[in-house]
Ligand binder design. Structure first.
Ligand code: ADP
Length: 251
């Protein structure tokens, strides 16, 4: 736990650093944009440099849009870790989606009852899920099925992991896209509609909480995004954690 804490502190300060740079850079861009504005105003319509000044202005506002996204990506709000029941998280999300997704999307859940809780920041997990749902929605332009499911897995080391998956019946991903999907700024969506920061942010949030995140996808069939989080033993008082396996002495 101590190591996890140190890791998350390190990630927090990295995020703060990136966020601070993005913030300062945004101020610099505002100054560039302001001077370019003045220049455009000072130059007559037929002045040969007027188009150049307008070009500076445009580039500065593109830069400002990018730093805004970067700020969001590197947001380093401290985590408010709490015990979460992933079935409840999935059910809440379903209720919200039922009202917001179009009628061409068939919604469903497949929930395994009596899951152990996980320890995670609720709003960060909801952000991860919401991004997954928006990606699923975008992958099904002519409708389809979106399923939220939970399950329990043994992690091979004597512990359990609780899984939450978002499955769509959309366009799927080619192996090339899947290999790069978690890369910051990788997007197949057109300029302006995708930031390429959704899955990269999700990756950071989930690994920060001690979990893993993975994709399964088949072009033309659909995609599953799976989040696995360590099961907490906190709801099972009186049950002592499994004794560590006796390791064979290596001599
Ligand atoms: P963005 O949505 O802004 O592009 P993401 O990081 O969320 O950024 O996703 C990166 C890319 O991964 C997307 O552009 C898309 O090509 C692919 N992708 C993500 N989720 C899905 C999905 N459910 N179905 C198909 N492709 C997906």
């Amino acid at each position: 736990l101590e190591q996890q804490l140190r890791q998350s502190e390190r990630l927090d300060s990295l995020g703060q650093l990136a966020g601070g740079i993005a913030h300062d850079f945004n101020n610099i861009l505002a100054v560039i944009s302001g001077y370019a504005d003045m220049l455009v105003d000072e130059l007559t319509d037929d002045h040969p440099s007027r188009a150049d000044a307008a070009g500076i202005k445009q580039a500065a506002s593109r830069g400002a849009a990018l730093t805004r996204q970067l700020l969001l990506f590197s947001r380093s709000e401290p985590s408010q870790a709490e015990l979460l029941d992933l079935n409840a998280v999935a059910s809440d999300m379903l209720r919200l989606l039922a009202r917001t997704l179009g009628e061409d999307i068939e919604l469903g859940t497949v929930l395994v009852p009596d899951l152990p809780p996980v320890v995670m920041d609720r709003s960060k997990l909801e952000q991860v899920l919401m991004n997954a749902v928006l990606n699923a929605r975008a992958a099904m332009p002519s409708g389809g099925r979106l399923t939220l499911s939970t399950s329990l897995e043994h992690d091979g080391g004597g512990g359990n992991q609780v899984c939450l998956a978002v499955t769509d019946t959309g366009c799927g991903m080619t192996p090339e896209v899947m290999a790069r999907a978690f890369e910051p700024f990788f997007t197949t969506k057109g300029r302006g509609s995708g930031t390429g920061l959704g899955l990269a942010t999700a990756y950071g949030v989930v690994t920060d909480a001690g979990g893993t995140i993975s994709l399964e996808s088949e072009p033309g069939r659909g995609t599953t995004l799976r989040v696995r989080l360590p099961a907490s033993a906190e709801n099972a008082p009186g049950v002592s954690p499994a004794a560590p396996q006796a390791a064979a002495s290596a001599g």
